[in-house]
Design a protein around this ligand. Structure first.
Ligand code: AP5
Length: 216
């Protein structure tokens, strides 16, 4: 049965950073709903333009739009063995839809690492984050700096700061997370899938802990 891992946690806790590392190590696909929206925006699709009206305010994109986009992504051949899901699901309706979509393709959510960190750390990480224009590789000006300022180590593309990493939008994203996404902690705990991990430690520590719990 195909294996799907859901990374749950607040904005800036390190889901994207860890998802990329885990996908490399496990050879599972990496599906980031935020990256898919940003790619659509870069290509000026209708979906991208619609998503931007919500992302710019730190609000969630409506469930039907988000679920439709993920349904298409899950149908691609690189998801046959499974995937690391980063940023999806974010509401109970999305979690129910995910369970149904996976049933249709013969997969299931195997585990849900829930990565935590105090709010002060989230704010510090988001305000210092630099993202690569071409492929969404992520750096931090202090914790994980690129070798050359403003240039991605992996593909040489320009690094930029996301619009929604402005401090007022970060505050709203954290509020939205607490109101709409945090209920998924209980949702997955009740289903015996949740594993809590501290995201406050250095990147390599968090990866080691994630790999250890995923082996169980
Ligand atoms: P999305 O792109 O998913 O943003 P997010 O969940 O807010 O998560 P982030 O990307 O901000 O943080 P992260 O946890 O991935 O941290 P990262 O690894 O980058 O979503 C953006 C928007 O899209 C949403 O607001 C919404 O509008 C929309 N959207 C997306 N999915 C949706 C959905 N399912 N439904 C509806 N709407 C949706 O790390 C952050 C920084 O910290 C980096 O600089 C990194 O280098 C550094 N760092 C990481 N780990 C560590 C560590 N252990 N120690 C030190 N520094 C670290």
């Amino acid at each position: 049965m195909a294996t799907f891992i859901v990374l749950l946690g607040p904005p800036g806790v390190g889901k994207g950073t860890q998802a990329k590392i885990l996908a490399d190590q496990t050879h599972l696909a990496h599906i980031s709903s935020g990256d898919l929206f940003r790619e659509n925006l870069k290509n000026q699709t209708e979906l991208g333009k619609l998503a931007q009206t919500y992302m710019g305010r730190g609000e969630l994109v409506p469930d039907d739009v988000t679920i439709g986009m993920i349904r298409e992504r899950l149908a691609r051949p690189d998801c046959e063995a499974g995937a690391i899901l980063d940023g999806f699901p974010r509401t109970a309706a999305q979690a129910d839809a995910l369970a149904n979509m996976l049933k249709e393709i013969g997969g299931e959510v195997k585990s849900v690492p829930y990565i935590t960190a105090p709010e002060s750390i989230l704010v510090e990480r988001l305000s210092g984050r630099w993202t690569c224009r071409a492929n969404g590789h992520v750096f931090h000006e202090k914790n994980n700096p690129p070798k050359q300022s403003l240039v991605c180590d992996f593909d040489g593309s320009e690094l930029y700061q996301r619009d929604d990493d402005r401090s007022e939008t970060v505050v709203r994203r954290i509020q939205v997370y607490l109101e709409q996404t945090a209920p998924l902690i209980a949702y997955y705990r009740e289903r015996g899938k949740l594993m809590e991990i501290s995201g406050a430690r250095p990147i390599a520590h968090v990866t080691r802990e994630l790999l250890a719990v995923l082996k169980k």
